[in-house]
Design a binder for this molecule. Structure first.
Ligand code: GTP
Ligand code: SPV
Ligand code: MN
Length: 589
């Protein structure tokens, strides 16, 4: 008798009509085979899926170029298909599930002809964790199969674990014809199903990541009493050896990976990495908030990554522990057979192909690497990986840091007055858009808790859910907002960022340990400037004050924009959040 999993695979194969079906076991030996297939047999148009890089400089590394129309998430083609539109909310594109299934069935008929269907069994979360989820994704491209092996715990054992059960998380993925007009990323939360066609790009194609671990999982969390968040998890070790665990939510390409493994500018402090993108947060039996990272890899932004900005990531990328490491849409040094991107320590190579594979020359301008070019690498390569990273229980969280990219207005750091005020702080967060999704860059938009593109249900309900989690916590984490991106009159970042962000983290740890007092402002508490350790930083008093400046008249349009965005959720918006808004408005008057 076929199991529900086998029946489901069979049904999908009947529809998509692959030449072959290949069940992956997640072994290293298999990864070698898939890479071979991707170098020889599989292609995107005429380009092989993988190209071997200089193995001496970049051990185990392979290069991938995606279809030129397919280099970032496509939020406008991403749908959350609840039975009613209200549940999806104004923050999601919505389609009736029946209609969406019909559309996807039509587009998927024969979409895997001439290709192999890879069946990928994987866990999100450590298999021994009570919070982990068993999942299976189908895909027709080796790049996705290999990437999923890096990003998740992929093993045959998941098939045994699923057994005769039909309640596993399902993902169906095909690159289709890469036609942007036939590209859809559809979510069916009631069935724990993601169905994606037409794109091979990370967030659209690695269905365990944003699609399941945030959009579907956030909705599961609403039903089951937990939170799925776009957050890094890190441990901050103080000179006395104590480790304080915190999470931080910043929108895509706003500094999570960098924060997750920062090399401390303050002597005696050390950061331990647990995750760089997603956290699942549960209320523990002890009344504290506990975090696990459901992933096992980093799908990180390449441009700007260097020994100077993020040495631990470069060491991770050059690590040899886990096979393989992938580079996608960076530039390509044809003399040395190496990847290259803007901001890397070496200067631009003499002979370099741009991200589309064209010979790049300076006169014509344009970027060598795509601004959203990325690497995919195992967290087990990371030299500062926390020893708690495989702890099935996770780690207890003492602070939640929220932020975005704001060149104006928002102070370097703020502490919320309490949990409710912190939820409002997250709700009002705005950020300037980046290259991580296809849209105009640098436009300010509200991105509550960095979850705007990832909350799988009505965000009004999401804020209410955050408030209810707060009520369940006997020891709630303190909530902070940070902004590394405020600029001066010349448009230069005032704050040096990266490893220097440790100075702000230290202040947060000092606050958690009740070592320092604060100043109250309408926006939240700010530090007494004397309590920020700025030793060795060449920052004038004037610039420092600018980092904390609160200009009431400049806040007028900001307040209007916040109000509009909150009111957008109508009756679904908790009155507590509107109260917080009114307090802020009155305070700034
Ligand atoms: P996703 O993977 O899209 O979720 O992005 P992320 O939030 O992990 O962003 P990441 O850390 O990859 O940083 C994105 C860009 O911001 C890179 O080009 C970084 O160099 C830059 N960046 C990160 N931290 C800082 C900082 O403290 N200051 C400044 N000025 N830039 C930063
Ligand atoms: C992001 O865009 O937030 C990412 C990359 O982390 S993706 O997996 O494409 O979502
Ligand atoms: Mn992300």
């Amino acid at each position: 008798m076929a199991t529900p999993l086998e029946k489901w695979v069979e049904e999908q194969a009947k529809l998509t009509k692959p030449d072959k079906i290949y069940w992956c076991d997640g072994s290293e030996e298999e990864a070698h085979r898939l890479i071979e297939i991707g170098m020889k047999d599989e292609k995107i148009e005429t380009t092989p899926i993988f190209q071997a890089l200089n193995q001496k400089e970049w051990p185990n590394a392979y290069f991938h170029r995606s279809h030129p129309t397919d280099v970032a998430r496509t939020e406008h083609l991403t749908y959350v298909c609840h039975n009613d539109q209200e549940t999806a909310g104004p923050n999601n594109n919505w389609m009736n599930p029946k209609e969406a299934k019909e559309l996807m069935t039509k587009l998927s008929d024969g979409c895997m002809k001439g290709r192999t269907m890879y069946v990928l069994p994987y866990m999100m979360g450590h298999p021994d964790s009570p919070y982990a989820k068993a999942c299976v994704q189908l895909t027709d491209v080796s790049y996705v199969a290999v990437s999923m092996r890096i990003m998740t715990r992929m093993t045959k054992k998941v098939i045994e674990k699923i057994g005769n059960n039909n309640s596993f998380v399902k993902g169906i993925h095909s690159v289709g014809t890469f036609d942007p007009n036939k590209r859809f990323i559809m979510h069916f939360p009631d069935e724990q199903l993601v169905w994606s066609i037409g794109s091979g790009y990370g967030g659209n194609a690695l269905l365990g990541k944003k699609c399941f671990s945030l959009r579907i999982a956030s909705y599961l969390g609403l039903q089951e009493g937990w939170l799925a968040e776009h957050m890094v998890i890190l441990g901050i070790e103080a000179p006395d050896g104590t480790v304080t665990y915190v999470t931080a939510a910043f929108p895509s390409a706003c500094g999570k990976t960098n924060l997750a493994m920062l090399e401390s500018a303050l002597p005696g402090y050390k950061i331990w990495t647990l995750g760089d993108d997603i956290a699942w947060l549960n209320v523990g039996p002890d009344g504290r908030l506990w975090a696990i990272n459901p992933e096992t890899g980093f799908f990180g932004v390449a441009p700007g990554t260097s020994m100077k900005t993020n040495p631990n990531m470069l060491k991770t990328l050059k690590g040899k522990k886990f096979y393989p490491t992938l580079f996608t849409n960076t530039g390509f040094d044809t003399d040395k057979n190496e990847p290259w991107w803007e901001g890397l320590d070496t200067s631009c190579p003499k002979n370099v192909l741009d991200w589309q594979g064209k010979v790049w020359n300076k006169e014509e301008g344009g970027k060598v690497a795509h601004p959203n070019s990325r690497f995919t690498v195992s967290m087990y390569n990371c030299p500062v990986l926390s020893k708690e990273c495989d702890n099935p229980k996770g780690v207890p969280i003492s602070a939640i840091i929220l932020g975005g990219k704001r060149t104006q207005l928002i102070p370097l750091v703020l502490e919320a007055f309490n949990w409710q005020n912190g939820v409002f702080m997250g709700a009002r967060t705005g950020s300037e858009t980046t290259a991580a999704a296809i849209h105009k860059e640098g436009v300010l938009r509200r991105d509550p808790m960095a979850m705007l593109p990832f909350c799988g249900y009505n965000m009004g309900d999401y804020f209410r859910h955050w408030l209810s989690i707060g009520n369940k916590l006997k020891h709630p984490p303190k909530i902070y907002s940070v902004n590394w991106f405020r600029t001066d009159d010349d448009g230069k970042f005032i704050w040096p960022g990266f490893g220097e962000n440790m100075r702000v983290l230290k202040w947060i740890v000092d606050r958690i340990n009740n070592k320092v007092s604060v100043n109250k402002t309408p926006l939240g508490y700010i530090p007494n400037l004397k309590d920020l350790d700025l030793t060795g930083l060449n920052l004038s008093k004037e610039k420092l004050e600018k980092l904390f400046e609160i200009n009431s008249s400049a806040w007028k349009p900001e307040l209007e924009d916040i109000k509009k965005s909150l009111e957008n959720f109508g009756k679904r918006m908790p009155k507590e959040i509107m109260e917080e808004y009114n307090n802020l408005e009155n305070g700034l008057r």
